[in-house]
Design a protein around this ligand. Structure first.
Ligand code: IDP
Length: 136
């Protein structure tokens, strides 16, 4: 069953020149891009995107970071695209959870600067794709 998921290369990934690396891994896995856009987001979009974390102590820092510079937003599609991209990304903590061979495991050190976002469920993907790309 083909799914769509929202992938972000966050501002740290863009600054470090890792956009091509992330796209390459997505494509080599067999997933494909259905939409892609370089943009700097408003705080309101970032706050809505991360609404589930609004009561966490790091929420302000997270919104500051995600709005700090351009990011790349993509609609990625393919069979089990949601889980497949989460596998490519690796766990949230790039040292404790992400294993070598994953994007975070290979290129990141700190949880705040873990390079990529991928929707974590079909419900999140639908909500996030609507927020970032309208009705794609
Ligand atoms: P995920 O991105 O792997 O789905 P979530 O738990 O949804 O992880 O957290 C969203 C984002 O919030 C993470 O990717 C990370 O950038 C940031 N984050 C998570 N925990 C912390 C923390 O303890 N301090 C700072 N930022 C955090």
């Amino acid at each position: 069953m083909t799914e769509r998921t929202l992938v972000l290369v966050k501002p740290d990934g863009v600054k470090r020149g890792l956009v091509g690396e992330v796209i390459s891994r997505i494509e080599r896995k067999g997933l494909s891009l259905a939409a892609m856009d370089l943009r700097t987001v408003e705080r309101s979009v970032a706050e809505e995107h991360y609404a589930e974390h609004k009561d966490k102590p790091f929420f302000g820092e997270l919104v500051d970071f995600i709005t700090s510079g351009p990011l790349v937003a993509m609609t990625v599609e393919g069979p089990r695209a949601i889980a497949a991209f989460r596998q490519l990304a690796g766990g949230t903590d790039p040292v404790e959870k992400a294993t070598p061979g994953t994007i975070r495991g290979d290129f990141a050190l700190e949880v705040q600067f873990n390079l990529v976002h991928g929707s974590d469920s079909p419900e999140s993907a639908e909500r996030e794709l609507k927020l970032w790309f309208g009705n794609s």
